[in-house]
Design a protein around this ligand. Structure first.
Ligand SMILES: [Zn+2]
Length: 191
């Protein structure tokens, strides 16, 4: 039997006949490469079978727990003033979800006794903090913009003032010239 005629797949899947199995075993006993390949495939198959038998991890159940149902963050979306800070809220949510996801598995078995109201309150508090911070940052930015705008406004005023003064000076000069001219034209005047 040559390596090419060895059908490890049918052997592993139990499709090989009794004679084929015997031939393969005999070949593997003599051929290191086929023996290694068979061992590798058997390990993979065992791993796949063990995964299939495994219970769904409890942590998945935890993340899909009541707390993460839309109701509390639907409230958040509906609340008017926070609507503008949806980005911050989403970020806060991501941090919170990340925080729960990163909890050590040892905590997971306590799922059944989880106080959802307490978690909701703590989650809401963290979201509130993030939203408050976003508002503060936004207010600071508005103050800065107003200050910049005020500065610009003052600059514009000053520019206008200077322009007006120049214009005024020019007009007074013209008026003075006109006044002198008129005086000269007056009968008996300007002598
Ligand atoms: Zn071989």
């Amino acid at each position: 039997m040559s390596c090419d005629s060895v059908d490890l797949k049918s052997y592993l899947l139990g499709e090989a006949t009794r004679e084929e199995r015997a031939a393969l075993k005999a070949h593997a006993a003599a051929c290191l490469s086929c023996r290694d390949e068979l061992a590798r495939l058997e390990t993979t198959q065992a791993a796949l079978l063990s995964v299939r038998e495994e219970e769904i991890p409890r942590r998945i159940g935890f993340v899909s727990d009541k707390v993460f149902e839309p109701h509390w963050w639907q409230r958040l979306w509906r609340s008017g003033p926070r609507l503008g800070f949806a980005g911050a809220a989403m970020l806060a949510l991501a941090i919170v979800v990340h925080g729960f996801a990163m909890r050590p598995p040892a905590v997971a078995p306590a799922v059944a006794q989880v106080d959802t109201a307490d978690i909701e309150a703590r989650v809401s508090a963290r979201v509130d903090q993030a939203v408050a911070k976003a508002i503060a940052v936004n207010q600071q930015r508005t103050v800065e913009l107003l200050a910049a705008s005020e500065k610009r406004h003052q600059f514009d005023l000053r520019t206008m003032q200077v322009a007006f003064e120049e214009d005024w000076r020019m007009k007074m000069k013209q008026l003075g010239t006109l006044y002198v001219a008129v005086n000269r034209m007056e009968p008996g005047g300007g002598q």
